[in-house]
Write a protein that binds this ligand. Structure first.
Ligand code: FDP
Length: 328
């Protein structure tokens, strides 16, 4: 009986983990904990919808484009609504930056936190049943609460994040986050409707053998990037590119590797967005012992000038990112 499935421990639920670790946070008033719970809840709803894609009419494009010029998918829009509503409810969040909205949203409240979110990343993969993700960054507001949001609250450097993470809607659904005290991963147990701690204190291997880059664009890579990719081939490294940033990042976090999205002819500044894609993953990578760079400098040290700013992005195992930088 002791060894039967029902007698086995189900582990630590996300809520319990957040509560147990609340004191680690500098401003331990419970608000950040509530934000993490709200994100987890919204992700469960999005997970439910993602799993039904194909059965209900949520696949395909809306026929509109977001600020970055990408075609908006129905699920992109749905995920944006879900996360926005969840984060607006409690009053902890005073402003939202989203891939799906041109400007930030000032929630006109006393909230102390600003959230940057890509509600559904890798959306071109939705219709073909490939893993997609949500990416989020949490900042503390700088201007006094109760006044209109100021630019300094919005355009903060990645190093000022107080929490960040992602949800991966993959073969299982996972929430991975950091509050600056290491990285922990939680797997969703759908029959219980809960996330459970499955990957405590995640560490990315110092070196790896996987390189992830869209080599179809190789003709427009700079010479140093071409040379770096060639060096990976010379070492018989493995090429893996899902084309879903969260999924590619997560695999490399577990196995060791590098993800690169360099400048290309089409996207001379790189394709990925600093504020709601790169910063969060850079924070997670560093907290897991990895590195994130734009090829020259640390991602977390870039001062954003624009909400939808793009940047070249090299992230993953320290040695691989350093090697790629050495070619740049
Ligand atoms: P998508 O356009 O499908 O939303 O951030 C955008 C992103 O996906 C990343 O998730 C992904 O890694 C990258 O773009 C893929 O871009 P390419 O198709 O140019 O390789």
């Amino acid at each position: 009986m002791e060894e039967s499935r029902i007698a086995l421990s189900i582990g630590t639920a996300l809520d319990r983990f957040i509560k147990n670790n609340q004191d680690q946070f500098q401003y331990a008033s419970g608000e950040l904990s509530q934000i993490l719970r709200d994100i987890a809840l919204a992700s469960k709803v999005v997970n439910r919808e993602v799993n039904k894609a194909g059965l209900i009419d949520i696949m395909g494009s809306m026929g509109s484009h977001n600020t970055a010029g990408d075609q908006q998918q129905k699920l992109d829009v749905l995920a944006n609504i879900r996360f926005t509503r969840a984060l607006m409810k409690g009053g902890e969040v005073c402003a939202l930056i989203s891939e799906e909205s041109e400007s930030y949203v000032d929630l006109n409240n006393e909230g102390k936190y600003v959230i940057a979110i890509d509600p559904l990343d890798g959306s071109s993969n939705i219709d073909v049943n490939v893993s997609i993700g949500t990416i989020f960054s949490v900042y503390r507001r700088k201007s006094p609460a109760g006044q209109p949001i100021h630019e300094m609250d919005i355009l903060q450097k990645g190093s000022e994040q107080v929490a960040a993470g992602y949800i991966l809607y993959g073969s299982s659904t996972m929430l991975v986050y950091t509050t600056g005290h290491g990285v922990n991963g939680f797997t969703y147990e759908p029959s219980l409707g809960e996330y459970f701690l499955s990957h405590p204190d995640m560490k990315i291997p110092v070196d790896g053998k996987i390189y992830s880059i869209n080599e179809g664009l190789a003709n427009s890579f700079s010479q140093p990037i071409k040379q770096y990719v060639q060096s990976c081939k010379d070492k018989n490294h493995t090429a893996r590119y899902i084309g879903s940033l969260v999924a590619d990042f997560h695999r490399n976090l577990l196995k060791g590797g590098i993800y690169l999205y360099p400048a290309t002819a089409k996207d001379p500044q790189g394709k990925l967005r600093l504020m709601y894609e790169c910063n969060a993953l850079a924070f997670v990578a560093e907290q897991a012992g990895g590195k994130a760079s734009d090829g020259i400098k640390r991602i977390l040290d870039i001062t954003p000038k624009d909400l939808h700013q793009r940047t070249p992005f090299f992230v993953g195992s320290v040695r691989m990112v350093e090697a790629a930088q050495n070619f740049s």
